[in-house]
Ligand binder design. Structure first.
Ligand code: GLN
Length: 316
């Protein structure tokens, strides 16, 4: 039986909505499959599920496997985008990456070759790889990891060496994307070095609690409410959350937008970060994935939470 641990008391309504969502999510874990195209990810226990909430007053709640470490995978694309906006600015960040949902799988190469030289958005592999290539001129892995630690309020974030090795050995599609971008003259640096840094950033180890903190910073306009530090400029947060809303769950983003209506980003490690309105972050972890590569349990739990707590961005 998973442990339920509660910290500062929440309102009974919010607490019971979370408990229900946790049970609903947990019940569907068996319907998903863990990612196995990166062999190390196949070792995850598909029954795992954890939910964490953190709000601006310091209320927190965590249910189930909220302290289990897993690789951040595509959720790192939010951090990469935030950092690119910070060091390169909006114009340069979007000079070689667009802002459109691709309607394709996260690692698709098809439209990139046939329809556009620029990746469709920064939250799919091609877009993140492009941003990493320009960032790499200025920053190394440790500096980017420090930014991730600050955003997630988690000093223990580090590289999961086994996942990194596994990504490095099996990441030929991502290398192909980097080389394709290079062949089009879009990627400026060395495709191998860029792919290597991208693999490392996907292999940062986080927990559902770290993702709740990241969600809170985004929900709170980029400000860490506990330290007063403005980690991401407000106007950049607007851009990031808009892209999370439209592109954060790969080719399930439209349906998630309708059903849940919250800026969110998933990763094939099973993570999901959500940044609803009202200075609140929700982090979820469930490695059993659906056909799109999103956590089945996390998506179901968020559907419930959104309905019960009125989290949808367009509910009045
Ligand atoms: N490292 C993974 C990949 O590039 C990240 C993809 C994901 O989480 N969707 O294939």
């Amino acid at each position: 039986m998973a442990e339920i641990e509660q910290n500062v008391p929440l309102s009974p309504e919010v607490e019971s909505a979370f408990r229900e969502a946790y049970e609903i999510g947990r019940a569907v874990t068996r319907t998903g499959r863990v990612a196995d195209y990166i062999p190390e990810l196949a070792k995850a226990d598909r029954r795992n599920f954890g939910v964490a909430l953190l709000d601006g007053q310091g209320h927190s709640l965590s249910l189930g496997d909220a302290d289990t470490r897993f690789s951040i995978q595509s959720v790192s694309k939010v951090i990469i985008l935030a950092l690119s906006l910070k060091i390169k600015g909006h114009r340069e960040t979007f000079s070689n990456v667009m802002m459109e949902p691709s309607g394709d799988a996260f690692d698709s190469i098809l439209k990139l070759d046939t329809r556009s030289n620029r990746p469709f958005n920064p939250l799919i592999n091609a877009g993140a790889i492009q941003l990493v290539s320009t960032m790499e001129e200025e920053l190394g892995f440790e500096e980017i990891a420090d930014f991730a630690r600050a955003l997630c309020m988690d000093p223990d974030i580090c590289l999961d060496e086994a996942v990194y090795r596994s990504e490095f050995e099996s990441g030929n599609r991502n290398r192909a994307i980097a080389y394709l971008l290079k062949s089009k003259g879009v990627l400026q640096g060395d495709p191998e070095r860029t792919a290597d840094l991208y693999f490392k950033l996907c292999s940062l180890s986080v927990t559902a609690k770290s993702l709740a903190a990241l969600g809170l910073v985004l929900s709170n306009g980029g400000l860490n409410p506990f330290t007063g530090e403005q980690l991401i400029a407000r106007e950049h947060v607007r851009t990031i959350k808009s892209l999370m809303f439209t592109c954060g769950l790969y080719d399930y983003s439209g349906k998630f937008g309708v059903k849940v209506g919250v800026p969110a980003k998933s990763g094939v490690g099973g993570g999901l970060v959500c940044a609803p309105r009202g200075a609140m972050g929700i982090g979820l972890y469930g490695p059993a994935l659906d056909e799109y590569g999103n956590s089945v349990a996390a998506v179901r739990a968020m559907e419930h939470l959104s309905n019960r707590l009125g989290l949808h961005t367009f509910d009045i």
